[in-house]
Design a protein around this ligand. Structure first.
Ligand code: NAD
Length: 271
């Protein structure tokens, strides 16, 4: 199940579950986290240039001995690199650090105003050249997507945004669904701030699961790609152990109703 895929609008298959490595230090720490994940069945790693750990991610992938094509690697172009030529250059540096000759998914990290359309043209070129299997955006609101889609040639395949029971993003999710854009969750565990929530604790207890597992299962049942972060092997295993139970319709609804439109990160309109 860990390799269960969603199909993107260009037919590329993307594992619906993966490991996020935000704020994981390059070198031994990230190598250990990624190795633990790969050893325990993960086949999808989410990094970004700004995380400054692409090198370690690449090393762990190489050392795993798992064929490159069995692992789905996402990276993101950082805000300072946005623009057409600078994005092409940033992409080459990312490939070099990851020690690979293609990416599975390349995203615009944030919608830098006045620049994201040029940035996206660079992504389209990389896609057409076969250097990346899928392209998309991150932290785009509906209005950013609409604006981009007025001009672009290739509909983005993914929008990766903050999503957890306190930020359910109903309008954006609907828009993505209607436009065949895969919705992907960052900070799916609200960075560890929901583990004491009584509703989640009660549902977890019913299933003999942890609160983290309930939140991640809720993502999967919503068809949302999810990339929880942990550097501890025990939690990496725990987070992936979500394919042997199901939340009822009523439990899904109870979690949906926890929404408070509350962000842990910046609002894409004001970052
Ligand atoms: P998260 O919601 O995944 O929470 C991670 C934290 O929860 C960890 O630091 C750990 O302390 C704790 N945790 C994890 N599993 C646990 C468990 N089973 N039990 C107890 N505690 C546990 O937070 P995140 O790292 O912000 O988000 C996940 C990933 O999303 C990132 O690593 C990154 O890849 C991506 N992300 C993307 C953006 C973006 O702008 N595109 C922004 C933030 C994060």
């Amino acid at each position: 199940h860990l390799q269960d895929n969603v199909t993107l609008n260009n037919g590329v298959k993307m594992p619906g579950f993966g490991l996020g490595v935000y704020k994981v230090e390059d070198g031994d720490t990230v190598i250990h986290a990624v190795s633990s994940a790969l050893n325990n069945g993960y086949r999808h790693i989410d990094t970004a240039t700004i995380y400054d750990n692409e090198k370690g991610v690449g090393q762990a992938v190489k050392e795993s001995g798992i064929p490159r094509e069995e692992i789905f690697i996402t990276s993101k172009v950082w805000n300072d690199d946005q623009g057409y030529e600078s994005t092409l250059k940033a992409f080459e540096e990312t490939l070099e650090k990851l020690d690979t000759n293609y990416l599975d998914l390349y995203l615009i990290h944030w919608p830098v105003s006045g620049k994201y359309k040029d940035t996206y043209r660079a992504l389209e070129k990389l896609y057409e050249e076969g250097k990346v299997r899928a392209i998309g955006v991150s932290n785009f609101h509906v209005h950013h997507l609409e604006d981009l889609m007025n001009d672009c040639t290739i509909t983005p395949m993914v929008d990766q945004v903050e999503f957890h029971p306190h930020l359910t993003q109903n309008d954006l999710r609907k828009f993505c669904q209607d436009n065949n854009i895969q919705f992907e969750a960052w900070s799916p565990l609200k960075k560890g701030r929901l583990f004491e929530d009584p509703t989640l604790m009660e549902i977890a207890e019913t299933h003999g699961k942890t609160v983290a597992q309930v939140m991640l299962r809720w993502d999967i049942q919503h068809g949302v790609v999810t990339i929880p972060k942990s550097i501890r092997e025990k939690r990496i295993i725990e987070n992936a152990d979500i394919f042997d139970f199901a939340l009822s319709e009523e439990e899904m609804k109870r979690i949906d109703e926890m929404n408070k439109d509350e962000r842990t990160g910046s609002n894409p309109d004001t970052f």
